[in-house]
Design a protein around this ligand. Structure first.
Ligand SMILES: Nc1ncnc2c1ncn2[C@@H]1O[C@H](COP(=O)(O)OP(=O)(O)OP(=O)(O)O)[C@@H](O)[C@H]1O
Length: 531
């Protein structure tokens, strides 16, 4: 009988690239449908960050080509007119997991330094080919071309091919091309919806998608008006933990603790610094680099328990603004009513955020049994996991729409945008946002504010319709009544009518207009004759 072999446990470490390679689904690459959707998303989001944050009106072309449809092999290519990537950084940007230019307190779509590498990895795992990157940084005299792979074991980029050539025009931007096994047919609707919703939130962008069937869908730019780009801000003490503090100390040139607090954090001046250090039981002149674990903890505790900090600065945020939301909703959905609001900045756990809400109603929007919710976080449309998102909780479950004169089925679209330096996503795939009470509250207030405007509009519309009905009811009888009165006014002796029909009609119209409280000229010209 075979003896069971008892082997000793094998221990080894695992790098970031290998971890995400083994756990693709947590980054949104769980199956071929999600993978192709997520690839388009990651590339488009990088392109938008590379343009919009630098005040360049984005021009983006997405192309999905069928390389071998029988094997479900597709090529996704995204072109942009962004700032490009310096040639020494490009291999890392595409070939090293957790490498990013966005690890700063500033609102961008990207934040983890992961997205495009997951797409590169997925491509190399399923088709085996490297990703092609062509880029020309702004101001550079060259265009660079790389083929890049991620080395799963070492998390170092592999560059099997590279080249450069002089640039003639002033083109700048990036083109990324990835071949992968994807289920285009299943993902198609979601991808087209994603592009549509991106066009709504960024009406200043020119976005085109060309599908494998050769269909071209273009959302032309509606305006050159763009949101103010976010500014980088120092961290707020309330959002700091011990590790973050350690990293700040490592990078800082401050010689004393007091200096560190004043120069590296928002909301701390000399006075507050002294109070905080006293609370933490630390000497102001201590060299920050010598702090023990206990001292670091004492300082973080003092940060968290201090009640008088100013709220985090909203400068690193870049909301879209009510006007642009309205332009976006109007141009794509063609509703009869549209309104939007940008709330004042708020904060949770030391992170600033702003909620924006837009409502579109009627027109070409088809009626649905529930409100159609367009969720966005840092301008990214979120299409999956709707029911577990804080915005759904408010729009779909908490708000009683009948209070706003909406009865379902109704043609109602509600757009909710959360802009923050740290959106509390439920996962790195960025599909839904956690139920943070401060955010939930802001969403509720914003939805209520816009919904009240919708109610006013619907009430006015209802009144106008009632009035219109009355006008028609009264006016129907005018010709007949005028004729009868005219006949009654015949003088028995002369046999002549005292009043002719025309003048009686005019008199009757005057009476009706007065009764309904509208100018006589607004009564319909054509008088409906009764049978
Ligand atoms: N089209 C592009 N133009 C300019 N820079 C780009 C472009 N695509 C990627 N990059 C650079 O590559 C970096 C890595 O991109 P990646 O998608 O991996 O992460 P991210 O966008 O920073 O964060 P996230 O994982 O949250 O998307 C970006 O931070 C950016 O600096």
């Amino acid at each position: 009988m075979a003896q069971a072999v008892v082997r000793a446990e094998q221990y080894r470490g695992m790098g970031a690239a290998e971890f995400f390679y083994r756990n693709k689904e947590i980054a949104g690459f769980g199956n071929p449908t999600r993978a192709i959707y997520q690839t388009v998303r990651e590339l488009v989001e990088n392109s938008l960050d590379a343009t919009e944050v630098h005040k360049i009106p984005p021009k983006i072309v997405v192309q999905v080509e069928a390389v071998d449809p029988d094997k479900n092999i597709y090529r996704v290519t995204v072109d942009d007119n962004g700032i490009g990537i310096p040639p020494d950084k490009a291999p890392y940007a595409f070939g090293r997991v957790l490498y990013s230019s966005k690890y700063v307190a500033r609102q961008t779509r990207g934040m983890y330094g992961l997205g495009v590498k997951m797409a590169v990895l997925y491509g190399q795992m399923t088709v085996g080919k490297p990703t092609l990157v062509i880029t020309s940084p702004r101001g550079s005299k060259f265009t660079y071309r790389f083929k890049v792979k991620v080395n799963v074991k070492t998390n170092e980029p592999e560059v099997p091919e590279k080249g450069e050539w002089p640039k003639s025009g002033d083109w700048h931007g990036t083109r990324v091309s990835i071949e992968l096994v994807g289920d285009w047919r299943r993902a198609r609707t979601k991808i087209l919806e994603y592009i549509k919703r991106t066009a709504i939130i960024a009406p200043y962008a020119d976005i085109t998608i060309i599908t494998p069937e050769g269909i071209l869908v273009r959302y032309p730019r509606k305006t050159y008006e763009m949101p103010e780009p976010p500014k980088e801000a120092k961290p707020h003490p309330k959002g700091i933990d011990i590790e973050a503090l350690r990293q700040i100390i490592d990078k800082s040139k401050a010689k004393t603790l007091k200096q560190l607090l004043i120069t590296e954090f928002q909301s701390i001046g000399p006075k507050t610094a002294s109070v905080l250090l006293k609370r933490a039981g630390l000497e102001p002149d201590l060299n920050p680099k010598t702090l023990t674990d206990d001292q670091l903890k004492a300082l973080v505790d003092a940060f968290h328990s201090y009640e008088k900090f100013r709220p985090p600065s909203p400068e690193p945020l870049s909301p879209i603004g009510a006007e642009l939301i309205k332009i976006g909703l109007k141009s794509v959905l063609k509703p009869e009513f549209v309104e939007a609001v940008t709330r004042r900045p708020s904060a949770y756990g030391g992170h600033p955020f702003i909620v924006e809400v837009g409502i579109a109603y009627g027109g070409e929007i088809p009626p649905a049994d529930q409100p159609v919710l367009y969720r966005y976080a840092n301008k990214i449309p979120l299409l999956y996991d709707e029911k577990s998102d804080v915005a759904w909780k408010v729009v779909g479950e908490t708000i009683d729409w009948s209070n706003y004169k909406v009865s379902f089925p109704a043609p109602l679209v509600v757009l909710v945008h959360i802009a923050s330096t740290k959106v509390p996503y439920k996962g790195v795939g960025k599909e839904s946002v956690m139920e943070v009470p401060e955010i939930e509250r802001e969403i509720r207030l914003a939805v209520q504010e816009v919904a009240r405007k919708l109610k006013r509009y619907l009430t006015k519309k209802e009144k106008e319709e009632e009035l219109q009905k009355k006008v028609i009811t009264f006016m129907k009888y005018v010709p007949e009544v005028a004729r009868s009165l005219s006949v009654l006014s015949i003088d028995p002796e002369t046999k002549k009518k005292k009043y002719d029909e025309r003048s009686l009609e005019e008199k009757l119209k005057e009476i009706i207009a007065k009764k309904l409280g509208i100018p006589k000229e607004e009564l319909p010209e054509v008088v409906i004759e009764i049978e």
